[in-house]
Design a protein around this ligand. Structure first.
Ligand SMILES: Nc1ncnc2c1ncn2[C@@H]1O[C@H](COP(=O)(O)OP(=O)(O)OP(=O)(O)O)[C@@H](O)[C@H]1O
Ligand SMILES: [Mg+2]
Length: 382
């Protein structure tokens, strides 16, 4: 896709000139004729770069630059400003407003093209670098309620930590989260406090302040606890929280509620790997299929989803092969029954992975964690 350039200038002759020249260079060009339109289009049309004239009706170029830098959506948008020849004061004001480059008027079109090209390249490199340093989001979704998502998520997180990975376990749901019960924690710091904020105010620092440090190395973002904290989930807020979390750890393990709400969609869209949990019986496996279709509809790529079979009852009503055939995805992990020991671990407020690290369920989950660390794409166990 051709990079998009937003040109904000009230001079129609110059607009036309830039438009043709940038088109010739292979860019897609959008025009704005005053500062307010420039700001509006910078947010709505998501350009890759903006060229701003200083003098414009409404907001001037400096005001626009300042506002772009205040908004998380446009914080890193490259800005080129058109200024009068050798106007040092304008350049200083521009630097303070967050402008990246200058082109002096009268504009030399070759210079403008070179600056656009250079700035786009630099920004692309910075973005790639930032992405490569971001943690991987692994989300756990139940075929239906109560299949063991919270229990397995907690133990996987503990096992990632045992493998010396920095890990955050996030209970990203709109209503009560039971992780606080499993860890015997009042969880006053929780997701509810973040969901109260405007999306633009959900910064890395704010998210970090809601994390709880456990003694088994995992940092936890608990789900809402009080009914006043329940809310209608907004996709943008969940996406922002996930983005901040993935800057804070190597792995973010997400406990997803079963409701197919906008939060669910945002989580699926921002995950690198999705574990679809099911019990080895007919109803659970049948429920897994529409859930999978929905995830695919939201953009989950084929290799992203793997099945984890949680055998809570201790009877395999369906074989692993049969489950794979019915759902059409590989089984990448199996959790054997652990009813009693799980009950005791809850009483201690600790994950089974720390209470009984040698238990067969934990051994199996440990193998899954090793594979998730080593391989981005799921491979079947059977
Ligand atoms: N491998 C297992 N063997 C036996 N019991 C299990 C196993 N895994 C989970 N459970 C039990 O299943 C019950 C439900 O687990 P959990 O709360 O983790 O499910 P969930 O999918 O998160 O539920 P919800 O949909 O309510 O969020 C708990 O009592 C838990 O101890
Ligand atoms: Mg749960």
């Amino acid at each position: 896709m051709a990079p998009r350039i937003l040109v904000a200038d009230d001079d129609m002759t110059l607009q036309k000139l830039f438009f043709h020249s940038l088109k010739m260079e292979g860019y897609e060009v959008i025009a704005a004729h005053d500062g307010i339109e420039a700001l509006d289009k910078a947010i709505k049309e998501r350009p890759d770069l903006i060229i701003l004239d200083v003098m414009m009706p409404g907001l001037n170029g400096f005001d626009v630059a300042r506002k772009l830098r205040e908004n998380p959506a446009t914080l890193t948008l490259p800005i080129i400003m058109l200024t009068g020849l050798s106007d040092v004061q304008e350049r200083i004001t521009g630097i303070r407003s967050g402008v990246d480059e200058y082109v002096t008027k009268p504009v030399d079109l070759r210079e403008l093209a070179a600056r656009v090209d250079g700035l786009l390249k630099r920004n692309r490199q910075l973005r790639q670098h930032a992405i490569s340093k971001m943690g991987k989001v692994v989300s756990l979704i139940g075929a239906k309620g109560g299949v063991g998502v919270t229990t397995i998520a907690l133990n996987l997180a503990a096992l990632f930590s045992k493998n010396d990975k920095s890990v955050i376990l996030a209970e990203l749901r709109a209503d009560y989260g039971t992780l606080s019960v499993l860890l015997k924690t009042p969880a006053e710091h929780n997701l509810g406090n973040l969901l109260k904020l405007e999306t633009s105010a959900i910064t890395e620092t704010m998210v970090a302040a809601e994390l709880y440090n456990t003694d088994f190395g995992v940092r936890v973002l608990f789900g809402p606890q009080r009914i006043e904290e329940y809310c209608v989930p907004e996709a943008a807020k969940y996406a922002a929280i996930l983005e901040r979390l993935s800057r804070l750890a190597d792995f973010v393990i997400v406990d997803v509620s079963t409701a197919p709400d906008p939060a669910h969609e945002a989580i699926v869209r921002n995950s690198a790997q999705i574990l679809l949990l099911t019990e080895p019986e007919v109803t659970s496996v049948a429920a897994a299929l529409p859930r999978l279709r929905q995830m695919e509809h939201w953009g989950a790529a084929a290799g992203m989803v793997g099945i984890v079979v949680v055998n809570r009852q201790g009877t395999m009503m369906l074989s692993l092969r049969e489950i794979e055939n019915r759902i059409g995805k590989p089984v990448i992990g199996v959790a054997p029954p652990a009813t009693e020991v799980l009950g005791i671990a809850v009483q201690y407020g600790t994950p089974l992975a720390t209470y009984q690290p040698e238990h067969v369920t934990i051994k199996n989950l440990g193998e899954l964690v090793t594979r998730l660390i080593e391989k981005p794409v799921s491979l079947p166990v059977s």
